[in-house]
Write a protein that binds this ligand. Structure first.
Ligand code: NAG
Ligand code: NAG
Length: 413
């Protein structure tokens, strides 16, 4: 009898362990590992996120006029993944890097080595949208794919688009020997390179931010709107232009994937570790995920002045949030900005995450590989793209549905 009881207990225990490990592996599934390099930009840590994934939903602002995607992610994987940041990301913020940062903190004026002074003078009245993309010298292939896809210059929905890449000098001394001629050649060919004389490191991204804003205020004051983002994003420029056409560039506007109430990470090992001596408050001001955001001409000019008065901060997204706070401007959250990637649509399992229909209504999606950017752009601009809903399939002639999508495809070059 005793033996049997013991056997039952062991059996139950075994089953419990099996169940737990199964659950755990499911959770692992929700948090893809390749996500780790983009997650830490969102330093807010909300414990207990697993037990209540719907709780931290952010309110939809009235400004967000672009239709929401048909699928709603159940768990925002970044918010989940955040919990892992301190332990999984190797820290570039070693003591020496941090000391170097503190030493150089007051040095904030660097020369512009390559300029494009005529960038915004090509069209009378200035460009409608300037696309400014953070890149590093070594990433030639990324720049090339962006030029050939969403970052194209020219007309989109009748509006003039221009493009610049924002670069510092490479930190890798090995590439230093060859980069100089190459980057000058690239600049001659495309006329879209801005290069400043500071080392292109993670902590110096804030320098990139302020130098770009100053450049825009000086050389591109006639622009109507600016999109600023990373080179590993996919941007639906047609949707962005459509959204911006309903706004006034002489008014304030700052739109993106806004992060509210993020807490500074006090874990020393984290990439985003910020000691209390550097930032004493427990919460950061609202800021936009650096993958991509939009601002109006007026806001650009105000920010370029305001940022001069804000002490440098090692996380560039948060730094810009501080500048926004200084001019008393509330950034607007837009659901079309997925700067932390998108999750598998559990609400619509028949769709793949890499389905162009998934990207059709979005504005910015973060973390795409070079080939994915190229493929997505071509899929989205294919005249055969048809994103009909299941309920519409009942109609007898399917190609009639396709006709609805062609007007949209025709104005894209
Ligand atoms: C610097 O670049 C060279 C050549 O591309 C590469 O082999 C090397 O691993 C890089 N070094 C570092 C520290 O990244
Ligand atoms: C930023 O760039 C400057 C100038 O190149 C350099 O001296 C400094 O070490 C860089 N800062 C960091 C934290 O990398």
């Amino acid at each position: 009898m005793r033996v049997r009881l013991k056997g039952d207990a062991i059996c139950t225990l075994f089953l419990l362990v099996a169940l737990c490990s199964l659950l755990y592996s499911q959770l692992e599934h929700l948090v893809p590992v390749e996500n780790k390099e983009l997650t830490p930009k969102k330093p807010s840590v909300t414990p207990k996120i697993f037990s209540d994934p719907k709780a931290p939903r952010r309110p939809m602002p009235a400004e967000a006029t672009v239709p929401r995607p048909h699928v709603t992610p159940v768990v925002r994987r970044t918010e989940v993944a955040n919990n892992r940041v301190p332990t999984t990301t190797p820290s570039p913020l070693t003591d020496s890097a941090f000391k170097r940062y503190l030493l150089n903190k007051d040095n904030r004026n660097f020369n512009l080595l390559i300029n494009q002074p005529k960038k915004c003078r090509k069209t009378p009245g200035g460009p409608f949208l300037l696309i400014a993309i953070k890149s590093v010298v070594e990433d030639f292939d990324r720049r090339e794919i962006v030029r050939k896809t969403w970052g194209r210059e020219g007309l989109v929905n009748g509006e003039q688009i221009q493009r610049v890449f924002l670069l510092g000098t490479p930190k890798n001394r090995t590439v230093l020997a060859t980069w100089e001629t190459l980057i000058h050649q690239e600049s001659q060919t495309y006329r879209d390179i801005l290069l400043w004389d500071f080392m292109d490191t993670f902590f110096n991204l804030t320098l990139k931010e302020i130098h770009f804003l100053n450049w825009a205020a000086e050389f591109c004051h006639n622009v109507k709107f600016i999109f600023k983002g990373d080179a590993d994003v996919f941007v639906n420029v047609e949707n962005i232009v459509d959204f911006l056409q309903r706004h006034d560039p002489t008014e304030d506007l700052f739109v993106g994937d806004i992060i509210y109430n993020a807490r500074p990470i006090r874990v020393r090992k984290s990439k985003y570790y910020i000691p209390e001596t550097m930032y004493g408050l427990s919460i950061y001001p609202a800021y936009a995920g650096g993958g991509g955001f939009l601002l109006s001409s007026r806001t650009m000019r105000k920010l370029s002045r305001a940022c001069r008065e804000v002490e440098l901060f090692p996380i560039d997204d948060v730094f810009l949030g501080m500048c926004l706070q200084r001019i008393n401007l509330k950034p607007i959250l837009h659901e079309g900005f997925k700067t932390f990637g998108i999750v598998k649509p559990s609400a619509a399992p028949h769709l793949q995450t890499f389905d162009p229909c998934f990207y059709k209504d979005l504005m910015v999606v973060h973390s795409l590989k070079v080939a994915e950017i190229w493929l997505m752009w071509n899929l989205l601009h294919s005249p055969r793209l048809s994103c009909t809903q299941k309920k519409q399939v009942k109609k007898p002639f399917q190609w009639k549905n396709k006709a609805q999508t062609t007007p949209q495809a025709s104005h894209l070059r």
